[in-house]
Design a protein around this ligand. Structure first.
Ligand SMILES: [Zn+2]
Length: 305
C-alpha cells in the first residue's frame, strides 16, 4: 500500500545516479545527497547507478576510491549498476574509458562552430570574479595551442527549461557560466561535458544533487541543447539544501571531522551518522537507517525545486 501512494506522489523514473568524485574522503553532505537519491529512486522505481567521477586523474587517489565503496557498504546504501569495487572501476566503469565519447562530442561541437579556444591566464580571469568576458571569442586561436582551453559560445540567448517535480521551470544561464569551459587546458573534457555525456550514455533520467550545483545544471542544460542531446532535457532534477558548517560555510572535503572515514574510525555507528545529519537539519530524532532519514527529509520537504 505504501509503495502505491509513493508512486502516486513521484513520477516513474528509469535511472538515477550517485556520482562522487574521489578527490577526498566523503563527508556528511555527500551522504545526505546519496540518501535522498536512494529514497527518490525507491519511490519512483529508478535503478541506482554508481558513477565515480574520476575524470581528473591528477586528483584521484586510491584511498579515496576505496572510501566510496567503504562508505556505501558501511551505511548500507544500495546501488544496482556500476562498479562493485576499485578493480571493476578500473576495468569497466572509469570515465577514462569513455574519453573517446567526450572527445567525439567536443569535435562535433567544434565542427558546428559552437566553441572557441581561449588562452587567458588565471590571473586575467581573476579580474572577472568568476565570470568570463568573452575576450578570446573572435581571436581564432589555434585549437591545439599550448595552454589553451575550449569554451562554448553562450552568446545565443537560449530559452532553457528545467524539468522538476512540479513541472517545467524556465531558467537562464547565470553570468558565472557565460562561455563555460568544455575542454580543459590539459586536453581532457571538463566536468560539465563529461557529466552530460555520461548521463546520456547511461540513460539517467533523474538527477538529485545539492543546491550548490544549480548553476552547473543550467550549464549542462545549455550544453545538452547545443549538442542536440534531447534526452537530457527530459531529465528531472531535484536540488536539495546543503549541510552547513556555519550559516555561511557549507561542509567540504577539507573538514576532516565531518568525513565518514573519520567518524567511522572513531567508533560511530551508521545510526549515529544518520542522526547527526538529521540533527544538522533540525530533526532531533534517532535515525537507524537511510530509509528512515530519507522519509523524514522528504516528508518535511527538504527537497525543494
Ligand atoms: Zn580567453
Amino acid at each position: 500500500m505504501e509503495n502505491i501512494l509513493h508512486r502516486y506522489d513521484y513520477p516513474a523514473h528509469r535511472k538515477t545516479r550517485i556520482a562522487p568524485t574521489p578527490s577526498g574522503f566523503l563527508h556528511l553532505g555527500n551522504v545526505l545527497s546519496f540518501v535522498l537519491t536512494a529514497t527518490l529512486a525507491r519511490r519512483s522505481g529508478a535503478a541506482i547507478l554508481l558513477r565515480i567521477d574520476d575524470m581528473d586523474q591528477q586528483r584521484v587517489r586510491p584511498e579515496y576510491v576505496q572510501d566510496i565503496f567503504d562508505t556505501l557498504h558501511f551505511l548500507d546504501i544500495p546501488w544496482e549498476e556500476g562498479p562493485r569495487n576499485p578493480e571493476e572501476l578500473q576495468r569497466q566503469w572509469s570515465q577514462v574509458g569513455r574519453e573517446a565519447l567526450y572527445l567525439q562530442a567536443l569535435e562535433a561541437l567544434k565542427a558546428a562552430g559552437k566553441l572557441f579556444a581561449c588562452d587567458c591566464s588565471r590571473s586575467r580571469l581573476q579580474q572577472f570574479d568568476g565570470s568570463y568576458d568573452g575576450h578570446c571569442l573572435h581571436r581564432a586561436l589555434p585549437w591545439e595551442g599550448k595552454e589553451v582551453c575550449w569554451r562554448i559560445n553562450t552568446g545565443a540567448e537560449l530559452p532553457l527549461l528545467m524539468k522538476t517535480k512540479t513541472g517545467m521551470l524556465p531558467v537562464s544561464l547565470p553570468p558565472e557560466q557565460q562561455y563555460f569551459v568544455v575542454r580543459k587546458k590539459d586536453g581532457h573534457a571538463a566536468y560539465q561535458l563529461a557529466s552530460v555525456i555520461d548521463d546520456d550514455y547511461f540513460g539517467v533520467d533523474l538527477i538529485v544533487r545539492g543546491a550548490d550545483l544549480w548553476d552547473s545544471t543550467l550549464a549542462q542544460l545549455y550544453l545538452a541543447q547545443q549538442a542536440g542531446m534531447d534526452r537530457f532535457g527530459n531529465t528531472t532534477f531535484y536540488h536539495h539544501p546543503l549541510l552547513m558548517e556555519t550559516p555561511e560555510k557549507k561542509l567540504s572535503k577539507s573538514d576532516g571531522a565531518t568525513s565518514v572515514h573519520y567518524l567511522r574510525k572513531n567508533g560511530n555507528t551508521k545510526a549515529a551518522i544518520f542522526s547527526a545529519i538529521a540533527n544538522m537539519l533540525g530533526i532531533h530524532e534517532q535515525v537507524p537507517d537511510w530509509e528512515t532519514l530519507g522519509s523524514l527529509l522528504l516528508d518535511r520537504c527538504a527537497v525543494r525545486r
